[in-house]
Design a protein around this ligand. Structure first.
Ligand SMILES: N[C@@H](CCC(=O)N[C@@H](CS)C(=O)NCC(=O)O)C(=O)O
Length: 216
């Protein structure tokens, strides 16, 4: 398999964690988002949406969108399972994951930040206000849910790692990139730190990837 990714991409981070947890190896192809290489014809031919990540199966099938790729890998490599067994728990896990991957992360990606800058001429301070607003909204929703639910355990759903934890960790890393104050979110922080003790998470961290700076 070929994995198109970039060190700073939070959606790629999510898929990288799953690849590590499942012990799946692939050829990693870097697409430099800071140089706009996602818009190069070579990558556009792989993913017409021009976003990372993309996973290309050996037979040429292209997989895109991190949540879809994560569930595909979970179905094709069932151990360890990343979704709980019961429908109610699965719905909660998917809901938590989607707070991050569907409602927060899409508002802070490079193409949105670039449009705020060039389409609306927002200055750096205004763009940062936008970013912190949406990072904080998701962290608040996660913290309220996790702290208030008896289903929360060592991880988001009991004591087994699920896709909710993987998304939570990507939100946590993004918040750190933008130096968001994490003190008001002790449950999110506790779960993120528990996950990062797992080698599959630690090795997948953006700052551990080739090309990453020592600190963001
Ligand atoms: N919802 C997508 C997000 C894809 C996405 O926006 N990826 C970012 C990197 S994390 C990207 O490639 N952005 C390129 C751009 O915004 O131009 C997913 O979860 O896969």
């Amino acid at each position: 398999m070929k994995f198109f990714s970039f060190w700073r991409s939070l959606a790629s981070f999510r898929v990288r964690i799953v690849l590590n947890l499942k012990g799946v190896s692939c050829e990693v192809i870097d697409v430099d988002l800071m140089k706009g290489h996602q818009r190069d014809p070579a990558f556009r031919a792989v993913n017409p949406q021009m976003v990372l990540p993309a996973l290309v199966e050996d037979d040429g099938h292209v997989l895109f969108q991190s949540l879809a790729i994560m569930e595909y890998l979970d179905e094709t490599h069932p151990q360890p399972p990343l979704l709980p067994a019961t429908p109610l728990a699965r719905a909660r896990v998917r809901g938590l994951a989607q707070i991050v991957a569907c409602d927060s992360h899409p508002l802070i990606v490079p193409r949105v930040r670039e449009f705020l800058e060039h389409g609306f001429h927002l200055d750096e301070a205004q763009r940062m206000k936008w970013i912190h607003n949406w990072i904080g909204a998701a962290l608040t929703a996660l913290e309220t849910n996790l702290a208030g639910s008896s289903e929360t355990g060592r991880y988001c759903q009991g004591d087994a790692i699920t896709i909710a934890d993987i998304c939570l960790v990507s939100q946590f890393a993004g918040a750190n990139f933008f130096k968001h104050d994490l003190k008001p979110f002790p449950t999110v922080r506790r779960i993120a730190e528990a996950c990062m003790q797992n080698d599959a998470f630690a090795r997948a961290h953006p700052l551990k990837q080739p090309g990453a700076p020592a600190a963001a």
